[in-house]
Design a protein around this ligand. Structure first.
Ligand SMILES: C[S@@+](CC[C@H](N)C(=O)[O-])C[C@H]1O[C@@H](n2cnc3c(N)ncnc32)[C@H](O)[C@@H]1O
Length: 246
């Protein structure tokens, strides 16, 4: 998932700059390709379709403005995980903190479908799932001061210099995170890419609303997926915490 295939690079090299001026407004729900923090992928398998049809309705958010109490049927601390992939961290969090609620988001439907199946086995009534771009979700549906915490584990690194603007940790997204976090809220970031950790720390240092520091690995997070792959090739896992300033 951390590879960055051709759609992004092709567009980058070609027409995006012109489109920036030609298409002033895009329909709701469409992220301009030039700023997508993710890569679009192909067709869905029948297994994915079946899992989504069977399991998504019970865990989907109600449409419209996000209302945690309506979504979870209770008032509790609420976390948003952005780019949850196959959702092992979100499921583990939900199991470790039954008194909290968590919304797990990704644009990658097969990963979410797998999470739905695993969550079904695990139970975890405090987990909801949203398919889509977390940037649009926060911009369009999340009221101010909604989340106690946001998790961003192993975000796509967008290694090339020309792709820097696609990295999730950016001035615009830090503004958004500052808006949707409750006072005293925080963001947890993990990355096996040292350059991404340095990028994030530099962006946060330049942002007036967050204070960043390196922290210990959260014990509840499973050691699999991108973390395991990074460790297997000798990388260090960078754990960052951004605290929202008053
Ligand atoms: C490298 S993968 C990591 C997945 C997972 N966190 C893990 O550790 O296995 C990054 C994920 O972030 C998702 N992603 C990137 N930008 C996103 C966005 N704006 N909204 C939702 N998901 C996003 C991608 O689709 C991808 O699944």
């Amino acid at each position: 998932m951390s590879e960055h295939p051709t759609e992004a690079s092709t567009r980058e090299a070609g027409t995006d700059r012109r489109k920036e001026h030609v298409v002033p407004d895009l329909p709701p729900g469409v992220t301009p390709a030039r700023v997508r923090t993710f890569v679009r992928r192909g067709r869905l398998s029948s297994l994915t379709k079946d899992r989504v049809e069977r399991l998504a309705p019970a865990r989907s958010l109600p449409e419209g403005s996000f209302d945690a109490e309506a979504a979870f049927g209770r008032r509790a601390p609420v976390v948003l995980e952005i780019g949850c992939g196959h959702g092992h961290a979100a499921i583990a969090y939900a199991a470790a903190f039954p008194e909290h609620d968590i919304v797990a988001m990704d644009v990658h439907t097969p990963g979410l479908a797998r999470m739905l199946a695993d969550a079904d086995e695990a139970g975890v009534p405090n987990l909801r799932v949203e398919i889509g771009d977390a940037v649009l979700f926060m911009e369009e549906r999340v009221p101010d001061a909604t989340f106690d915490a946001v998790h961003l584990f192993f975000p796509d690194p967008w290694r090339k210099q020309k792709h820097t603007k696609r990295r999730f940790v950016s001035p615009a997204n830090l503004d958004l995170l500052a808006r949707v976090l409750k006072p005293g809220g925080h963001v947890l970031i993990a990355t096996d890419q040292d350059f991404y950790a340095e990028h994030a720390l530099a962006e946060v240092a330049a942002h007036p609303r967050f204070d960043a520091r390196r922290v210990a690995r959260p014990e509840w997070r499973p050691r699999d997926g991108f973390e395991a792959k990074g460790i297997a090739v000798g990388r260090t896992i960078n754990e960052l915490r951004l605290d929202l300033l008053p």
